[in-house]
Design a protein around this ligand. Structure first.
Ligand SMILES: [Zn+2]
Ligand SMILES: [Zn+2]
Length: 412
């Protein structure tokens, strides 16, 4: 409960900080006015009905994603389902140190990434086993092999309507292979625009990234948010901090019931400000057992735990299946349903050590300075300055370098 409370406080503070940042930075994205309030779809069980459908499809995507920083203009978010027999399932397919998810809704299907080249036959067999011989959408989030390498397996089995990629050309054999197999079907790559919304049965999804082109392929990842009734699902590819920040700046709705954690749980993704906007109930991490990258990172797992997110991991639990009835989601794992997704040397354990202060410090991912007194505090301190006098520091050293001294009360 203590952590949850801290996280809420952090949420509040960072919201204020974000508002201040936006209002003081007029040269960034055009002023955002969330014209239609979106339903808090991360709250499973809520039954808000706030907006109307206005699905738009863009048939003329250019070669490079053109930044369209206009935020949400009132598409379907958090509406009740129209039919009682509607069905929605996501399979987070265990492809080891790679990514692949199959989204199926009312007989329509979307495959987001397809694992490594060696997973081609696995993807083929998975689609076959689930009788998915037609994919409305194939999403190649970015041109890295662990995402697009196995897509030829899907193209060998299923007919594709639309294939999304952040780029039309990229070097490397996996990309060439993807294009070749698409050509066989007469399908060319579509580069989606941020803000585009596409239907998938009674669900719909919106493209919210990439906002800008990037030399770093991970930060070209197609990021999309699926809405199904009052539940929502965020897929972020391998997007890292810079792309997350672009998306935050663009002002897109991010809250999600389920987050497919970015970049296999790397510490450079799912940063605190991004996670704060998503506030997921569940997170799914796709990573390989004992992978050489150390994914998922302990720091990332700690962030998720501090946010009270229930975590599922393909490296520990195999393929993860997620279903939604439009109000509530449920997740199940192929194996190890009770696996403990967090690092064993958790901070809670450390709190029993003989250095209570250090344990408390570890708990704080930021510090609050008082602009007047030049003292800085732990977020949990009971002598925090008034909101308008606050400045945030991401590290103790930063505060001290700025001439702030530790509060004697909380001893940060
Ligand atoms: Zn990857
Ligand atoms: Zn990547």
């Amino acid at each position: 409960m203590e952590k949850k409370r801290k996280f809420r406080i952090a949420y509040l503070i960072l919201t204020i900080a974000a508002v201040l940042a936006i209002t003081s930075c007029a040269s960034s994205a055009p002023a955002e006015s969330p014209a239609v309030p979106e339903a808090p779809s991360s709250q499973a069980g809520a039954s808000n009905d706030t907006s109307n459908d206005s699905l738009s499809q863009d048939a003329s995507a250019p070669d490079v994603a053109v930044p369209d920083t206009k935020p949400d203009s009132g598409d379907a978010q958090g509406t009740a389902l129209a039919s009682a027999d509607s069905e929605f399932t996501i399979y987070f397919i265990d492809v080891g140190q790679a990514d692949s998810a199959l989204v199926v809704c009312d007989g329509h299907a979307m495959l987001i990434d397809g694992g490594n080249a060696e997973d081609s036959s696995l993807i083929y067999a998975f689609l076959q086993a689930h009788e998915i011989d037609h994919l409305d959408y194939l999403v190649a989030t970015h041109a890295h092999e662990d995402h697009i390498g196995g897509l030829p397996g899907a193209l060998n089995y299923a007919a594709i309507d639309t294939a999304f990629s952040p780029v039309r050309t990229a070097d490397g054999k996996p990309f060439a292979s993807l294009v070749r197999y698409l050509n066989i079907q007469g399908v060319s790559l579509t580069v989606p625009h941020p803000g585009d919304v596409y239907p998938l049965g009674e669900a719909s999804f919106k493209i919210i990234g990439p906002i800008h082109a990037s030399d770093e392929k991970n930060n070209t990842s197609i990021v999309l948010r699926i809405v199904y009734g009052n539940t929502s699902f965020l897929f972020t590819g391998d997007a890292e901090r810079p792309e997350e920040q672009d998306i935050l700046n663009a002002g897109y709705e991010l809250n999600a019931t389920v987050l497919k954690v970015g970049h296999h749980g790397s510490d450079t993704s799912t940063t605190y400000p991004f996670l704060r906007e998503i506030m997921p109930e569940y997170a799914v991490i796709s990573a390989g057992q004992d992978n050489s990258y150390g994914h998922p990172a302990d720091n990332l797992l700690s962030r998720l735990r501090d946010a009270d997110v229930k975590v599922f991991r393909t490296d520990l639990q195999g393929t993860i299946i997620c279903t939604s009835d439009g109000n509530t989601v449920s997740l199940s794992a192929e194996r190890n349903p009770g696996a403990i997704p967090y690092p064993s040397d958790s901070r809670e354990g450390n709190n029993n050590g003989n250095n209570d202060n250090a344990a408390t410090l570890n708990d704080s991912s930021y510090y609050i300075g008082n602009l007047n007194s030049k003292k800085f505090h732990l977020p949990s301190c009971n002598t925090l300055p008034a909101e308008k006098n606050r400045i945030l520091f991401d590290a103790r050293e930063t505060a001290i370098a700025d001439g702030y001294v530790p509060c004697k009360n909380c001893n940060p």
